[in-house]
Write a protein that binds this ligand. Structure first.
Ligand code: MD3
Ligand code: FE
Length: 197
């Protein structure tokens, strides 16, 4: 795992945020549910050929927004190019950014410890971009019971999950409200770019 702290400048963060707002107009944030119907306590949307969704039928990559039933918007060029150059940093010169999951966390949001295993391709790196309030990120190991450590993800930070760390258990314990003024109404946005296939 590579943690690039304060990697993005203020203006790069603003530019990516603006793209997220545009995406949100056509593909609004939604609250996914688990198989048992209980909602996740954060909201999400996607861009790219496919997007990660979860509902009564379980989780999967789908070509359409679950509420509007319209195709996702393309991944903005700046985000695609950034992801490609970051993947190259860890030795993947053939990276295809196929999807970008946009998660939005408010004060009470969290994301329990889990492994990312929906992707057909579980070898390509995952690129994460943090914007807004600090996130308290937990990272463990390959087994759920492995000890975890806390890492604070700040606005402009990048995480690259590659090699062994790609399959490590991880989650978001919470966010620290009021630690950034990038988002006018507070909260934290995380963009996760993946090559799914
Ligand atoms: C570590 N998102 O969407 S991003 C997820 O902040 C997810 O929204 C968190 O976990 C968020 O699945 C964490 C950083 C991240 C992404 C993928 C990983 C960390 C990871 C995959 C393996 C290990
Ligand atoms: Fe994850």
């Amino acid at each position: 795992m590579l943690h690039l702290q304060q990697y993005l400048s203020e203006s790069q963060q603003q530019e990516i945020l603006q793209h997220c707002r545009e995406i949100g107009k056509k593909s609004p944030l939604f609250s996914p549910t688990m198989k048992n119907g209980s909602p996740f306590n954060y909201q999400m949307t996607n861009c790219g050929k496919v997007g990660w969704i979860s509902d009564q039928n379980g989780y999967r990559y789908d070509e359409k927004h679950p509420v509007t039933n319209k195709p996702w918007q393309p991944i903005p060029g700046v985000i695609r190019n950034l992801a490609k150059s970051l993947a190259a940093e860890v030795g993947d010169y053939n990276y295809k950014p196929e999807t970008c999951l946009i998660n939005y966390y408010t004060q009470s949001s969290k994301l329990g410890l889990h492994q990312d295993n929906t992707e057909v391709n579980q070898k390509s790196p995952i690129i994460s971009i943090s914007l807004g309030d600090d996130g308290i990120f937990l990272i463990g190991g390959k087994r759920r019971k492995d000890p975890t450590k806390e890492i604070i993800l700040k606005s402009g930070d990048i995480l690259i999950l590659h090699g062994e760390s790609r399959m490590f258990y991880h989650g978001i314990k919470g966010i620290i409200h009021g630690t950034s003024n990038l988002l006018k109404s507070g909260g934290r946005l995380n963009l996760t770019i993946r090559q799914v296939y």
